[in-house]
Design a protein around this ligand. Structure first.
Ligand SMILES: *[C@@H]1O[C@H](CO)[C@@H](O)[C@H](O)[C@H]1NC(C)=O
Ligand SMILES: *[C@@H]1O[C@H](CO)[C@@H](O)[C@H](O)[C@H]1NC(C)=O
Ligand SMILES: *[C@@H]1O[C@H](CO)[C@@H](O)[C@H](O)[C@H]1NC(C)=O
Ligand SMILES: *[C@@H]1O[C@H](CO)[C@@H](O)[C@H](O)[C@H]1NC(C)=O
Length: 495
């Protein structure tokens, strides 16, 4: 072959090598609003086993950050909205925040912090004007503090915003612009981010399009659907994610930021708590998304794909359900790192579950067989149990929505019993309940057993750090093998 084609071929081989080594990375959100969190070291191993090389945290959680130290995973650390006002009040507050929550983790623990996410969807319409005045000053103060700490190059600021900061007047992506009430603020923020080498972060939720509008064409939410395309000039949009993202790109173009980098901060599909939140839809959506990431496919207006942070890694049973019961079920894993449905990840492997999780005893709290459904104490007992635990799987169209009354009560009793760590006296609902060793789970309804956080300290169990080390060597071995195979394939192909 000629020199030119050889060079091309060589570059292709390098690319192939890159792919084999897992350079096609994957990002996700790790939320920690759960009553029974997985130990952070187990989560970090779960991330690595599944090819995630970037993670976003909603706050500077010490346990999560320490476990991420020297893991090879890049971190985006979030700042909750409540912190915006104090951070906006003065640069000293921001300097303290950066010292304690960024600098120390980088220097002491070797955490690879790359972004600070200032606020979380602060301009969401439902928050009204609460954070309109504080977000930008807080962002500027954090940026100044990062520069002062000598981290201006390594750590970039951003503000994760909901896709409701932009809209389109004619329903087409090309008609996109920022919401008129915040347009000048958005332009100031984007200019600031751009001047500091940062990116704009947007959360996009096709599920919510479907949830909010019963007439939304279901297939348009997915990537391989058969919905009628939305024709916008020379472009035909076949899915709402592309259309939504390009609406943002149009808004950026109109305001003079056509090359502004964008990160998708959250995107995913929940599995429970609503008729459209189920395994089938979640698998279809997330697999389609992963396939796009793996193929490096962008949108019609931005062929280069953005960084996409999958929402979410694991379920969070203590999240607010104001937006809907589905809020606690966004994970590709259950709260305990158990696989919900199969996915082919961008590393070419299927999902790997969490390892080394310690559970409470295999026992459940259920309605006593001799208890009567007409017992006057039953409704208030079920109500009490659900007030202090997560019953979001019991609603219409949810995973436990078809249970009969008796099993329904059992589900509530069990959630309470597990959430309170199977403590003595927590399976005692006016003599209506009893402990059983027979798993009451049925069909799609999973009767959980919670994680035992105390037993985890047991010295006889493998220590989390030794497991993480094992995972590391296994991963690098796989990468080595994949790299070697890639090279051999390239050589064979070349001759
Ligand atoms: C971060 O730093 C501030 C000091 O400014 C501290 O009050 C706060 O608790 C720290 N942790 C988190 C999670 O923000
Ligand atoms: C779409 O893709 C998903 C995931 O790859 C697959 O399970 C599903 O059968 C596909 N659906 C259609 C309509 O092609
Ligand atoms: C099951 O319990 C939930 C929560 O208390 C309640 O909303 C629902 O109506 C119950 N369903 C049945 C069939 O009893
Ligand atoms: C539960 O049963 C015990 C023994 O049968 C009885 O003494 C007690 O009053 C019952 N408690 C309630 C709340 O019904």
């Amino acid at each position: 072959m000629g020199l030119r084609s050889f060079v091309w071929f060589f570059l292709l081989c390098m690319l192939f090598e890159g792919l084999a080594k897992g350079i096609v990375g994957l990002a996700c959100n790790w939320g920690t609003r759960t009553t029974h969190p997985l130990p952070p070291t187990i989560v970090v191993k779960l991330l690595k086993d599944n090819g995630f090389n970037k993670v976003k945290l909603f706050e500077a959680d010490p346990g999560a950050l320490k476990a991420l130290g020297k893991s090879g995973i890049e971190v985006m650390v979030g700042i909750p909205n409540e912190f915006l006002a104090p951070l906006a009040s003065g640069v000293r507050v921001a300097e303290d925040w950066v010292t304690q929550n960024v600098s120390s983790y980088i220097s002491k623990y070797g955490v690879d912090i790359r972004h600070v996410a200032v606020g979380n969807e602060p301009f969401l319409k439902t928050y009204k004007d609460t954070f309109l005045k504080t977000t930008f000053p807080a962002l500027q103060n954090i940026q100044a503090a990062l520069i002062k700490a000598g981290l201006g190059r390594q750590v970039k600021v951003t503000v994760p915003l909901n896709a409701d900061v932009y809209q389109t007047e004619d329903g087409l992506p090309s008609g996109g612009n920022f919401r008129s009430d915040i347009r000048s603020l958005m332009i100031s923020i984007i200019k600031f981010l751009s001047d500091n080498g940062g990116a704009l972060t947007i959360n996009i939720y096709p599920f919510l399009s479907l949830y909010a509008d019963p007439h939304f064409p279901v297939d348009y939410a997915f990537f391989n659907g058969s919905a009628a395309p939305v024709v916008d000039g020379s472009i035909s949009y076949t899915n709402v994610l592309d259309a939504n993202f390009d609406t943002l790109i149009s808004a950026l173009e109109k305001n003079g930021f056509s090359s502004m980098p964008v990160i998708i901060g959250e995107v995913g599909w929940p599995t429970d708590g609503d008729v459209n939140a189920n395994m089938k839809y979640a698998q279809r959506f997330n697999q389609g998304l992963l396939d796009r990431i793996k193929a490096g496919r962008g949108t019609p207006k931005r062929p280069t794909p953005p960084d996409i942070y999958l929402f979410a890694l694991i379920d969070e049973d203590a999240k607010s359900i104001d937006p809907g019961k589905f809020e606690r079920h966004w994970g590709i894993f259950y709260f305990d790192g158990v696989i919900k449905y199969s996915l082919n990840m961008v590393n070419g492997q299927s999902l790997v579950p969490a390892k080394g999780v310690k559970y409470l005893a295999r026992e459940w709290c259920v309605m006593a067989p001799e208890a009567s459904l007409s017992d006057p104490n039953l409704p208030q007992s079920v109500n009490y149990a659900c007030t202090y635990s997560d019953c979001t799987s019991l609603g219409y169209g949810s995973s436990c929505g078809t249970l009969d009354e008796r099993s329904n009560a059992s589900y509530a009793f069990n959630m309470y019993y597990q959430t309170l760590d199977q403590r003595k006296g927590t399976c005692d609902f006016s003599n209506l309940s009893v402990i059983t060793k027979v798993d009451p789970s049925q069909d799609t309804c999973r009767f959980e057993i919670m994680i035992d956080l105390k037993k985890h300290e047991n010295p006889r169990s493998p220590t989390p750090s030794s497991m993480a080390a094992a995972g590391r060597s296994q991963n690098s071995l796989l990468q080595l093998v994949a790299g070697a195979l890639g090279l051999i394939a390239c050589i064979l192909w070349g001759f």
